[in-house]
Each structure stands twice: as structure tokens, then as C-alpha cells.
Design a protein around this ligand. Structure first.
Ligand code: PMP
Length: 393
């Protein structure tokens, strides 16, 4: 049947993460490979109540077709949140409710990418974005990521290569855990601002922050050249698939057309449940509970790493999000580490799929949000035994 499939399917990488998760789902494996939020903090009881009330009080509207743009009170909540958290002034008309923030990436693919369009992306970059843009046959231009954000010369070069956009995750990036410094945010805004290009600012982890001030979004500097997305997945629940995209009006018109053609609108039942939950429960204290939980899990993993890992292995110290990025000495293969670790019933995620042009063989991503303290300590101990067989110190 392969001759029936569109050429682009052959060029789109399958999600290594989803494939890996299949192997690592066995209950006796300690998995740092996935990227799942911690289910112990989902507001299950509250959402059960709210869902019942939405169906009984607003059933006809909640079960009917709805507008593509999304439920107005929910868009108003997002605009208000941006004003309070980031000092961003956006109107609800600039917000489109999407099926998870992942859908923003697909819609941006539809709206901005023709076959062979150059697009800039962090290296390592978010795998879901690599997949989404690959489907539209983008020509990736990698922008190296350092401990404080993108390499600025790479951003400049990418604009000379006429990239239509630069996609990045400035807050607690997936996979690296890196948060861009204020200086780099300003520099990137300056470069994009003096080009005809856009910045796609993926803010999936903006609310999951354990340390430091709230960073300034790039959108604050160049609002008319930034498409910013956000998600209820990390602050309420991923299962309802609720996210949003915030874009300048001209881009929004295109995104709405693309969404109409894709799925008409996001689940209005889910939108009304989330909206009612936000109006009836104090989201800030709930987010605080999540961030405190993740902070403790992150600290537990960092302490175990510090104690157990060989000195030649380096790692990032995240100030939010769900991931630590580990770099092994040159020449060490994280794929081999992955295989050996699985024998010890530990799953890690090799870094290779996060690179669009090869490289990253000695890197791997560790997720801390979905394991207990005992699992984290035991998992890092066993992983260290494997690492010691690959490294000299
Ligand atoms: N962007 C980034 C950087 C992510 O890590 C994720 C989740 N893995 C998403 C977007 C998509 O999340 P969702 O669709 O659940 O909002």
C-alpha cells in the first residue's frame, strides 16, 4: 500500500517518545522517558462536580456545535491571565481555543509552511513541533540552545536564510529544561522585530515555574510578530485536550480558517467544563500545589544525580517544567545507555530525535514529574550503575 501514501508521510518521524512509551509502560519499569504530568494532582473530584453541573445546567449549549474561535468566557479568562501574569494586553478576539496547544503547531504548519519553507527551531527542539512541521515539509534551520537560551548568531543567520518563523519554548523548554535569559529574549525580539519573520512562542510550561521571577514573553516586545500558545494540560489536565493560541489579527484570520477545515471547533463541552472550573475554584492555589510538587520531584532527582552520577556527566538545573537534560561525555551513546538501562528496568529518552540534522547522540532527557521519590532515587541509582560502565569517572 505504500504507493498510496503521500510522500510527506515518509518524511515525518514517528514519535520516538510514543514508541518508547509502549516499551516502558510495563508496571515494573521505572520510567523517566515519558513526559506525563503527575496524575496525583489532577482535580478529579472538582472536575467531576463541574462536569455534572455543566451537563445539567447548560446541556443543550454544551452538547451543540459551537463557534470555531471558542467559548468567549474562556477566551476572556486567557486574555485576563496574560494581562495579570505577563502584562500583555490582548483582546479575546486574538485568542483561539485549540485542541491542546499542540494543535497550534499544526495550524501554524498549515498557515505558514509550503514544501521546503525554511523554519528555524531550537536544537534540541520540541519533538511534537518537529513532527508537526515535518508534515508540511518544512526545511529546518537549527538554532543551537545554550544554558541561557538560543545562540544569537544562529538566530541572525536564520533570518538571513529567510526563515518564515523561529519556533522556540522560552520557559522551561522541552526537552532541555532551559529558560531563556531576559537578555536573550530582548535580543531575539530585536532580530525578529527588524525582519519580516514571526516568532512562535510555545508557552506550554510558563505556569510551571519553581524559581526566579516571571520571565518577559518575547510577545511583550514585538506583539505583532508573535504567535503564542498556551495549555490547560499542565495546569489542570492534559486529557481534556484544551489549549489556545494568541495571535495578531491578520494571522488569527488564517488560523481560524485552518481550524475550521481541520475540526470545525474544539469540544465545547470540554471548554465549558474548564471555564466553569476556573470560575468556581481558585486556580492560583491549585497551580501552586502543582509547582510545589514538581519542584520537590525535581530537587529529589537533582540530589540523586549529584550523589550518584559520574563527574563527567553534565545536566541542566531547571527552574520549572518537567525535564532535566543530561549530556554524557563525547563518544558515549545514549541509545546504548537506553538499552542497558532497560535491562535494569529503567527507561530514559535518548536525545537524538530532538535534533533535526543529526547529533545529540550523547544526550538524553529525564522526566521527573511522573515518578515517586522512591522511584526517582532508585531509578537514578540504577541508571548511574549503567553510566559508570560507559564513562571513566
Ligand atoms: N509544547 C510543548 C513544548 C510541549 O512539551 C507539549 C506537551 N508535550 C505541547 C506543546 C503540547 O501540549 P498540549 O497539546 O497537551 O497542550
Amino acid at each position: 500500500m505504500s504507493s498510496l501514501f503521500a510522500e510527506r508521510m515518509g518524511k515525518t518521524p514517528r514519535s520516538f517518545i510514543r514508541e518508547t512509551l509502549k516499551v516502558t509502560e510495563c508496571p515494573d519499569i521505572i520510567s523517566f522517558a515519558g513526559g506525563l504530568p503527575n496524575p496525583t494532582v489532577f482535580p478529579v473530584r472538582e472536575l467531576a462536580e463541574v462536569a455534572k453541573d455543566v451537563i445539567s445546567d447548560e446541556g443543550a449549549a454544551a452538547l451543540q456545535y459551537a463557534t470555531t474561535e471558542g467559548y468567549l468566557p474562556l477566551r476572556e479568562w486567557v486574555a485576563d491571565r496574560y494581562a495579570h501574569r505577563y502584562g500583555l494586553s490582548v483582546s479575546p478576539d486574538e485568542i483561539l481555543i485549540t485542541h491542546g496547544s499542540q494543535q497550534c503547531l499544526d495550524l501554524c504548519g498549515k498557515v505558514f509552511i509550503d514544501k521546503g519553507t525554511p523554519v528555524a527551531i531550537e536544537e534540541p527542539g520540541y519533538l511534537g513541533a518537529i513532527q508537526a512541521f515535518s508534515l508540511y515539509e518544512a526545511d529546518f534551520v537549527p538554532i543551537k540552545l545554550e544554558y541561557d537560551g538560543p545562540v544569537i548568531d544562529d538566530v541572525r543567520d536564520s533570518m538571513e536564510k529567510k526563515c518564515r518563523f523561529f519556533y522556540g519554548v522560552p520557559n522551561s523548554q522541552n526537552p532541555s529544561g532551559v529558560t531563556w535569559s531576559e537578555t536573550k529574549r530582548r535580543e531575539v525580539a530585536g532580530i525578529i522585530g527588524s525582519s519580516d519573520s514571526m516568532f512562535i512562542e510555545d508557552d506550554a510550561y510558563g505556569e510551571i515555574r519553581f524559581a526566579g521571577d516571571i520571565p518577559t514573553p518575547v510577545k511583550k516586545y514585538i506583539p505583532d510578530q508573535v504567535v503564542m500558545n498556551g495549555s490547560f494540560s499542565k495546569i489542570i489536565t492534559p486529557g481534556m485536550r484544551m489549549g489556545w493560541v494568541c495571535a495578531p489579527k491578520e494571522v488569527m484570520t488564517q488560523l481560524v480558517t485552518a481550524k475550521q477545515a481541520t475540526d470545525l471547533h474544539s469540544s465545547i463541552l470540554a471548554q465549558r467544563i474548564i471555564s466553569r472550573y476556573l470560575s468556581e475554584y481558585p486556580i492560583d492555589s491549585y497551580i501552586r500545589k502543582i509547582t510545589e510538587t514538581y519542584q520537590k520531584q525535581c530537587e529529589c532527582m537533582l540530589n540523586a544525580i549529584k550523589k550518584e552520577f559520574p563527574d563527567s556527566v553534565s545536566y541542566t538545573i531547571p527552574d520549572g517544567g518537567m525535564f532535566i537534560w543530561v549530556t554524557l561525555p563525547d563518544g558515549c551513546s545514549s541509545l546504548e545507555v537506553f538499552n542497558k538501562a532497560l535491562e535494569k528496568k529503567i527507561a530514559v529518552l535518548p536525545g537524538i530525535p530532538f535534533y533535526t540534522h543529526g547529533g545529540g547522540e550523547n544526550t538524553m532527557r529525564l522526566n521527573f514529574s511522573n515518578s515517586s521519590f522512591d522511584q526517582i532515587e532508585e531509578g537514578i541509582r540504577r541508571l548511574s550503575e549503567v553510566l559508570k560502565t560507559f564513562t571513566s569517572t
